[in-house]
Each structure stands twice: as structure tokens, then as C-alpha cells.
Design a protein around this ligand. Structure first.
Ligand code: AMP
Length: 543
């Protein structure tokens, strides 16, 4: 016997229509690329999202077509989140920090039809416009008065506000299967080419429910949320959806991610909850400390993407009365998997003990199942010192990459995260290492294999390995370890100069170490964990 409840698909458009109806006057505030502060409400935003949905249809965008963005956090980007997904197309958030070659590769792979961009990225658009194969329209996310003077460089360049002005807001969001794809995000956190993670309406709405819960991010109508985490990083960790679901005020920082600009916005807009990677908080704390400032309303900050150092947790807690919610997840997980909320007995602990709990990556939120396994794949017990590979499963966790890239990623129905951790008796995970061969610098991935391949192309290099070295600001920076060919000579400077023009500048290794040999395993593969161990006391010159 089936239950007798309505079959209502879980659709992203329902989040915005809920916000419009129940929190219509709640504000959405943005620092714009144009430099000023823009204010609207959920009511205003919903009307414009409907107009943009009609504009997309007028551009010939059809169900499941990919529509790309290269944009900061702002109200126009948010309108596209809803206009694109809500109308049944797929929002593809491109990461502007990637090298133009990678952007072209990703846009082609995704078969993007339309590409919306913030004016900051006009030079990047000019670099990629003639090269992408499928993009039919480039749209500058601005008004007529701010269109680039040299707009003719990209023939047929469209203006966002012109598209908006060409439509009215009489539009009804279509109803379709909740399993339809809603958004697409490529990750470079895997070996090989970037891979697409294709979210569905269902996975997104379920993830939104889950992150809103009290022991997750605890989002309420009384909150004012400022997502520092970019909307091109796993949908700003789901906050643009959670804000609508709960009617929280939203504040978008645009390109102003320095400590001073963020602090001013926190205070002026009475932000209560924010989210970002540790590097961003470091810049913010440095500003606040050096000017002896306090947060008058901010009480919770979600920190993830990289491990949050305990010193940062403490400073936020002890000096600024801000509770850090240390969270872990990944693009393949929509992204939230664990959050370090307390259990009752933690409240009886000393402050020191509690900080130690908060420094762990946390326990699984409802919907995410987690386990650690040994090298043979056997599950390891919780509550021991033994670390293992972390595997997860759940309704907002990837089943396969877009277009099946990389084959079937699952192991007996579980997704291997590439992280290595131990789990305590309470189920709190603590990441101890990473098995995937990538480097994460300031929340962005750097492909170690790409860096090695370039070094190997240098005539004086016999073998090259790229590993992550600790950096106090960026958490990790690439360190190139090189074995020279017999009799060959090359300097550090020559090797580093060899990278110029081949990769995004910030991917360039911070230093080169010359060694006699790189440890190899039985199959001849470089043993990077042994290399990391050998160089664990190495200090980068830039650190
Ligand atoms: P991304 O797909 O770019 O969101 O990156 C996901 C990866 O970032 C994870 O698999 C981890 O390696 C790392 N990561 C995310 N959150 C944390 C955290 N709180 N502590 C340590 N590493 C993290």
C-alpha cells in the first residue's frame, strides 16, 4: 500500500517562490562590480528571475541546455541561479581563477550555449570567445551604460539589463521531474582533466533542507548571511538556496574579498552568519586585529574547504565571540558532508577540550553516510587512532561524473573521497591525510600532475614530483622536487621561468628542491606520501 500524499517534485524554483511569498520584503544586498551597493528584496529578485527565464527562452535556451556563468557573488548571479535552473536548463558556474585553456576545455566539454560574465572577466572573455565551440551568446552582466567600450571585440555581445528590459515577469515556473539536472560544477580536485558534477533539483533541495538544520548551519529567517565562498565553488556551499528556504537576508560581497571590504559589509548589513575557506578568514582577522575592531552581529562562521587551524577557532571564539562551524565536504557532495556541532557531553567539557572537538571536521549530517576503510577495503572501527580512506554515500552525493568521465567512481555503492581520516567514538571525523594527488591552495586546486608534466618537458629534468608544502596563508603551496639528468645543469629560477605562459600564474611552484632520487613503489610509481614525509620539515621561502 502506498502512502496517500501529494506527489510534488522538489524543484529549485519552489525555494524562490517560497521566499517571495513568505519573506518578500527581506533584503538581498550586493556590492557590485560597478563599485556601488545594490539593494533589492526577494520579491524584486523573484520578478527579475522570471523575466530572465523568459529572456533565456527568447535566446533559444531549452530544457537541459547548459548556461554558464563567470561571475562573483551578486544579485544578478543569484537571479541566474533561479532563472536557469528554475526554467529547466542547467546552470554551469565556471571558475574564473582557472587558466583560459582550462575554461575553454570545460565550456566545450559542458557544451555551454550561453555564457554570462561579470565585467571583471571581460579580458578573460576576449581570450576565450573565439575558441569555445558551442557558446552562441556572451552576455555582460551589466547595464547599457557600463558595457565595455571595446564591446565589438566579441561580436554579438549582449547586455544583461537589455535582456531583462525586453521581458515582463509574467512567467510560471515549469513543473518537471525532480531528477532533472539543475546545475553543473567542474572539479579539478581529481587526477586528469577537470570533471563535471551534475546536481539535480532533488539533490539540491534535499541538501538545502539538510544544511539548514540546527546542528548543521542552523539557518533562520532572523539570519543575515554573507557567503564569502564564491558562487562558482559548489554553489557557494548551498547558501543561495538555504537563504531562500529560510527567508534569511543575503549579502553578496562581489569582488570585494579583502578584509576591510568584508568587515565593512558585515557591520553595515548586520551579518550574523558567514562562510568561507580559512585563507579568507585570515585576511579578515588580520584586518580586524590590526584595527582593534569587533563583530557586533556576526556570531557564526562556517569554515571549510581546507582544515581550519585550531588557533583560528580559538581566536574567533575567545576574542570575537564567534562560533566557528568547521565543515567538510566536496564538490561531489553538493558539498556538505560533516559539521562539527556538539553533542550533549561536549557541553560538560573544558573550553580546551571543546576546541579540540571543533578542530575536527565534524560528524555526518543527516543524509550522509560515512565510513573509513583500510587498504583492502575493510571497514575500520571508530574510536581508534587508525586512519583510513573516507567513503561516503547519500542522496546529494555523486553517482558518476558528467558524460561518464573517469568511469564508475563508486566502490560497492560508496564514493571514495580521496581524503584519509580517523573517526572518533562519537562519529567525529578528523582528516589526517589525502590520497588524491592534488594540492589545495587558498581553497583552489592545483594539479600536481600538470606541474610535473611541464617540468618533465624541460631538457635537464629526469624526474619531477610536485607535492603540497605547508604555507601559513594559503595552507598549501606547490613544491617541485626534481632529479636532474646526469650531467645536466638547471637552476631553480630557470625551472620556475619554464612555467611562464603554460599555466595560471598562481599555479607556479613556490620553490624547487633538487634531490638525488624520488622514492618509487614496486610498480615504479612515485611514492609521494614518502616524499611528503621526507620533506615534512621543509619551509617554503615564501612562508
Ligand atoms: P572541493 O571539491 O574543491 O570542495 O574540495 C573538497 C576537498 O577539500 C575535500 O575532499 C578535502 O580534501 C578538502 N577539504 C574540504 N573541507 C575540508 C576541511 N574542513 N578540512 C580539511 N580538508 C577539507
Amino acid at each position: 500500500m502506498n502512502g496517500q500524499m501529494m506527489q510534488q517534485p522538489l524543484l529549485i524554483s519552489s525555494l524562490l517562490t517560497h521566499a517571495e511569498r513568505h519573506h518578500g520584503e527581506r533584503e538581498v544586498v550586493s556590492r557590485r562590480v560597478e563599485g556601488d551597493i545594490h539593494r533589492t528584496t526577494y520579491k524584486g529578485m523573484a520578478a527579475r528571475a522570471r523575466r530572465m527565464a523568459k529572456a533565456l527562452a527568447a535566446l533559444g535556451v531549452q530544457q537541459s541546455d547548459r548556461v554558464a556563468t563567470l561571475a562573483w557573488n551578486g544579485y544578478r548571479h543569484m537571479e541566474l541561479y533561479y532563472a536557469v535552473s528554475g526554467s529547466g536548463a542547467v546552470l554551469h558556474t565556471l571558475n574564473p581563477r582557472l587558466h583560459p585553456d582550462q575554461i575553454v576545455y570545460i565550456a566545450d566539454h559542458a557544451e555551454d550555449q550561453v555564457l554570462f560574465f561579470d565585467l571583471t572577466f571581460w579580458p578573460l572573455i576576449q581570450a576565450v570567445a573565439g575558441r569555445t565551440k558551442t557558446v552562441r551568446h556572451f552576455v555582460a552582466m551589466t547595464d547599457r551604460a557600463h558595457m565595455p567600450a571595446d564591446a565589438a571585440r566579441v561580436p554579438g555581445l549582449l547586455c544583461y539589463e537589455d535582456l531583462m528590459d525586453g521581458q515582463d515577469d509574467h512567467y510560471t515556473w515549469p513543473t518537471f521531474d525532480e531528477n532533472l539536472a539543475s546545475s553543473l560544477c567542474y572539479t579539478s580536485g581529481t587526477t586528469g582533466n577537470p570533471k563535471g558534477v551534475l546536481y539535480s533539483h532533488r539533490s539540491t533541495v534535499l541538501h538545502t533542507f539538510a544544511i539548514s538544520l540546527p546542528d548543521a548551519l542552523s539557518v533562520a529567517a532572523t539570519d543575515c548571511i554573507l557567503p564569502v565562498v564564491p558562487m562558482f565553488h559548489v554553489n557557494a556551499w548551498g547558501l543561495p538556496y538555504a537563504a531562500c528556504m529560510n527567508g534569511a537576508k543575503l549579502v553578496f560581497p562581489g569582488p570585494g574579498l579583502d578584509g576591510k571590504s568584508l568587515y565593512e559589509l558585515f557591520e553595515a548589513e548586520k551579518v550574523t552568519l558567514s562562510a568561507g575557506v580559512p585563507t579568507v578568514w585570515q585576511a579578515l582577522l588580520a584586518h580586524v586585529e590590526s584595527h582593534d575592531l569587533r563583530f557586533s552581529t556576526m556570531r557564526r562562521s562556517v569554515i571549510g574547504g581546507s582544515a581550519c587551524p585550531e588557533a583560528m577557532l580559538r581566536k574567533f571564539g575567545e576574542v570575537y565571540d564567534v562560533r566557528v562551524l568547521h565543515a567538510w565536504g566536496m564538490t561531489e557532495m553538493s558539498p556538505v558532508g560533516t559539521v562539527a556541532g556538539f553533542k550533549p557531553h561536549h557541553l560538560e567539557m573544558t573550553a580546551d577540550q571543546r576546541y579540540a572537538v571543533m578542530a575536527k571536521q565534524g560528524r555526518a549530517i543527516y543524509g550522509v553516510d560515512i565510513k573509513i576503510v583500510d587498504e583492502a577495503g575493510a571497514e575500520l572501527a571508530w574510536g581508534t587512532e587508525t586512519s583510513g580512506d573516507v567513503l561516503v554515500k547519500g542522496p546529494w552525493i555523486i553517482d558518476r561524473y558528467f558524460k561518464g568521465e573517469g568511469g564508475d567512481p563508486l566502490v560497492d555503492g560508496w564514493f571514495p573521497t580521496g581524503d584519509v581520516a580517523r573517526i572518533d567514538a562519537d562519529g567525529y571525523m578528523q582528516i589526517t591525510d589525502r590520497s588524491k594527488d592534488v594540492i589545495k591552495s587558498g581553497g583552489e586546486w592545483i594539479g600536481s600532475i600538470d606541474l610535473e608534466n611541464i617540468a618533465m618537458a624541460h631538457p635537464a629534468v629526469a624526474m619531477a614530483a610536485c607535492i603540497a608544502a605547508f604555507h601559513p596563508k594559503w595552507d598549501e603551496r606547490p613544491l617541485l622536487v626534481v632529479v636532474k639528468k646526469p650531467g645536466a645543469e638547471v637552476t631553480k629560477q630557470e625551472l620556475l621561468a619554464f612555467y611562464e605562459g603554460k599555466i595560471a600564474k598562481w599555479w607556479t611552484p613556490d620553490d624547487v628542491v633538487f634531490v638525488d632520487a624520488i622514492p618509487l613503489g614496486a610498480t615504479g610509481k612515485m611514492q609521494k606520501n614518502r616524499l611528503r614525509e621526507q620533506l615534512k620539515d621543509y619551509k617554503l621561502p615564501t612562508a
